[in-house]
Design a protein around this ligand. Structure first.
Ligand SMILES: Cc1cc2nc3c(=O)[nH]c(=O)nc-3n(C[C@H](O)[C@H](O)[C@H](O)COP(=O)(O)OP(=O)(O)OC[C@H]3O[C@@H](n4cnc5c(N)ncnc54)[C@H](O)[C@@H]3O)c2cc1C
Length: 232
């Protein structure tokens, strides 16, 4: 604990995660030693052991108080309000696809829900019911952010599912317009309003990149298959 009092660490490498990173950071009276993966969930225990091994000298003498693993809550949950209970932040599933960003949406949803309760209860003068939370919190949150979450979900499915898709994304991100739209969307946490002409061009570039990269991927696999056949 002493070593990590004012320190957080990030570790990379196939032993601790094939597609993400591992971490150590201090919490109130203990340290969190963890790792993440999307493509190799079944091996999570092995990665947890590996990160503990890597930091062994620094946590020497420490006691393991809890071992746990959770999926990142990247889908707004179908039920976020029931009775007089409302979920916000990770509990509501407010981590975006693609960026894994959840801090802003946790703080924002907490605030929106708190303000909704104050409004609906007329500053604490009357008891609220489920319909108040739905109207004053859920509907407002969905109006503001659900589209962004859905768009990022589609983006992740298209671009993050294969090497071809990832290469297409890298190619697209070389374009100044794509960079500006991405930057503004990240900054303001909403899909940036674009220029219709540029949007059409971006859609065509996207198709072009996807077709090109998938073809390149297929060609590479074909030539790999041929080489293997020749060798055998
Ligand atoms: C490895 C990793 C990297 C991340 N990187 C980023 C990033 O770069 N940017 C970003 O925006 N987001 C990131 N996130 C996501 C972000 O951390 C979360 O979305 C955000 O912290 C959610 O905030 P929250 O308040 O909803 O939940 P939490 O931060 O999980 O807070 C919930 C709190 O409730 C406490 N608690 C739980 N049960 C009880 C109980 N029964 N009684 C009392 N207390 C309880 C927990 O101890 C915890 O302190 C990352 C997440 C992970 C795992």
């Amino acid at each position: 604990m002493k070593y990590y009092e004012n320190l957080a660490e990030m570790y990379v490498g196939d032993d601790v995660s094939p597609d993400f990173y591992a971490w150590v950071f201090p919490k109130c009276d203990h340290v969190a030693v963890g790792t993440g993966t999307v493509c190799s969930k079944q091996n999570i225990k092995q990665f947890q052991r590996a990160i503990r091994n890597r930091v062994k000298p620094k946590i020497h003498g420490g006691e393991i108080i809890k071992v746990e693993a959770h999926p990142i809550p990247e889908h707004p949950r179908p039920t976020r309000v029931r009775g007089r209970v409302a979920l916000v932040g990770d509990a509501a599933g407010y981590v975006t696809k693609c960026s894994g960003e959840g801090i802003y949406f946790a703080a924002k949803s907490g605030r929106m829900c708190g303000e909704a309760i104050v409004r609906a209860s007329e500053n604490g003068e009357k008891m609220i019911v489920e319909a108040d939370l739905r109207r004053e919190y859920l509907r407002k949150w969905d109006d503001e952010y659900l589209c962004t979450f859905k768009f990022l979900d589609i983006l992740q499915r298209v671009f993050y599912g294969s090497n071809g898709g990832r290469e297409a994304l890298v190619e697209l991100c070389g374009k100044e317009y794509v960079q500006r739209m991405t930057f503004e969307s990240y900054l303001y946490k909403k899909l940036a309003k674009g220029n219709p002409l540029e949007d059409v061009k971006m859609a065509m570039d996207t198709m072009g990149s996807l077709i090109r990269c998938n073809i390149v991927g297929r060609e590479m696999m074909d030539s790999f298959d041929k080489t293997m056949t020749l060798r055998m």
